[in-house]
Write a protein that binds this ligand. Structure first.
Ligand code: ATP
Ligand code: MG
Length: 393
């Protein structure tokens, strides 16, 4: 009897046309994440199987991999008669403490002489015959006994471990995440990864107004996202000259509007340069002056590329709950300054006008400043120690 892991994909199976691409990407992502763990992946119609001697570590990785619906630790036996299956099963049950059980059978081998219901009934009867203390409870059993009869092999498992769902990262192409040190943007990144978007990140820093500690905080957040995504890049943009030019030349109520227009312009350029199709950020409607609908429209109009705002309609409390769940909250609340917070005016405009923004912008030579910022980008690769994710991009 061989012990192995079964992987079931959920939503993937609805993507009929490019299912093989989805599965190959999932397999490549799993392989890359398990690079330091001894394992072997086998694919067989609608299922993936992993052989390993390190079940705990493999399951840990699989529970942070998008595109997986369910994980089972299973025992594999050759296709056998009901009597043979039951003798394996009774052996496995010796270690378990339970009183009530239910057998659930899935039969994908339609040539097997009994139906799923007949198999469950027969196995149930044989288990009861082996131990008179047990009872069947179809509604609320202490133990589910799952049997899967496939054409090549039969599988027995007891536990269903929930996967993260979503699509395998990379199946939907790439996006450029505006990653700050705050609570929102890592959560926005997580949700984009969940839809299969591979991420590159852009972080705007303003040294000496912002510190290396602030930058390291953002890189630490990126590392947390790495566990869900595999390979990740962070483009660090020096924003000091642009922010100082804005501070010196532009009426302060429009400072944030113009600053964010500049961030959008740079993010779009970096996205194009790196073959990303969308920009992603952590904006949430109404959260601050730059996130009113009017502000968002006036800021958005400087670029053509679509902007995904996964948190647009989330309450802050919902975002916090999610950030705790994915493990970024404790890092996000560390008290380091951000370039947005150090130049904050007392009264930022809530309903900026597009023509006013354009007029104010012309007071600085932003074209040249943006070109210089792009020239000086520092790109940092986040990957597991010794891991080589390069070949799966
Ligand atoms: P967060 O929204 O992540 O908690 P924040 O509240 O400091 O951080 P906001 O002022 O709400 O940021 O900005 C909205 C979004 O703009 C952020 O979610 C993030 O996507 C982007 N952003 C803000 N500051 C930066 C920065 N320094 N570098 C990159 N992106 C940024
Ligand atoms: Mg925010």
């Amino acid at each position: 009897m061989k012990k192995l892991i079964i992987i079931k994909y959920g939503e993937l199976t609805t993507k009929k046309d490019n299912i093989s691409f989805f599965i190959k990407t999932l397999r490549d992502n799993i392989k890359a994440s398990l690079i330091n763990i001894n394992h072997n992946i086998i694919y067989d119609k609608g299922r993936m199987f992993i052989e390993t001697d390190n079940f705990d570590e493999v399951v840990k990785v699989l529970t942070t991999t998008f595109g997986i619906h369910e994980i089972n630790i299973a025992y594999e036996i050759d296709p056998s008669s009901i009597e043979e299956i039951s003798s394996y099963l009774i052996k496995l049950l010796e270690d378990k403490t339970f009183k009530s059980f239910k057998v659930v059978t899935k039969r994908s081998d339609k040539n097997y002489p009994l139906t799923s219901v007949e198999i469950s009934k027969k196995l149930g009867g044989l288990i009861l015959g082996s131990n008179s203390n047990l009872v069947v409870d179809v509604h609320n059993p202490e133990l589910f006994i799952n049997i899967e009869i496939r054409s090549k092999k039969t599988y027995i498992y007891f536990e269903k471990i929930k996967g993260l769902g979503g699509y395998p990262v990379g199946t939907l192409g790439k996006g450029m995440l505006m990653l700050s040190g705050g609570i929102d943007s890592p959560v926005a990144g997580y949700l984009a990864l969940k839809r299969g978007i591979r991420l590159e990140c852009v972080y705007f820093e303003s040294p000496p107004h912002t510190s290396d500690a602030a930058k390291n905080k953002v890189l630490t957040l990126a590392k947390e996202l790495f566990y869900y995504s595999g390979y990740l890049k962070v483009h660090v943009v020096k924003f000091t000259d642009i922010q100082e030019a804005i501070y010196k030349n532009i009426p302060h109520d429009y400072m944030i509007t113009i600053m964010r227009r500049m961030m959008y312009l740079i993010s779009e350029k970096l996205a194009n340069k790196n073959n990303a199709k969308v920009i992603i950020n952590g904006e949430s409607v109404g959260q601050v002056a730059s996130q009113t609908l009017t502000s968002m429209a006036v800021i958005n109009e400087v670029i053509k590329m679509p902007v995904l705002r996964p948190l647009a309609c989330f309450d802050k409390s919902e975002i916090i709950t999610l950030s705790k769940k994915i493990g970024t909250y404790d890092i996000s609340i560390l008290p380091y300054e951000d370039c947005c917070t150090i130049f904050v005016p007392d009264h930022p405009v809530i309903n900026p006008k597009s023509d006013v923004a354009i007029e104010y912008e012309s007071l600085i030579d932003y074209d040249q400043l943006i070109k210089a910022a792009i020239r000086n980008v520092e790109t940092i690769k986040i990957s597991a120690k010794d891991a080589d994710f390069e070949n799966i991009l």
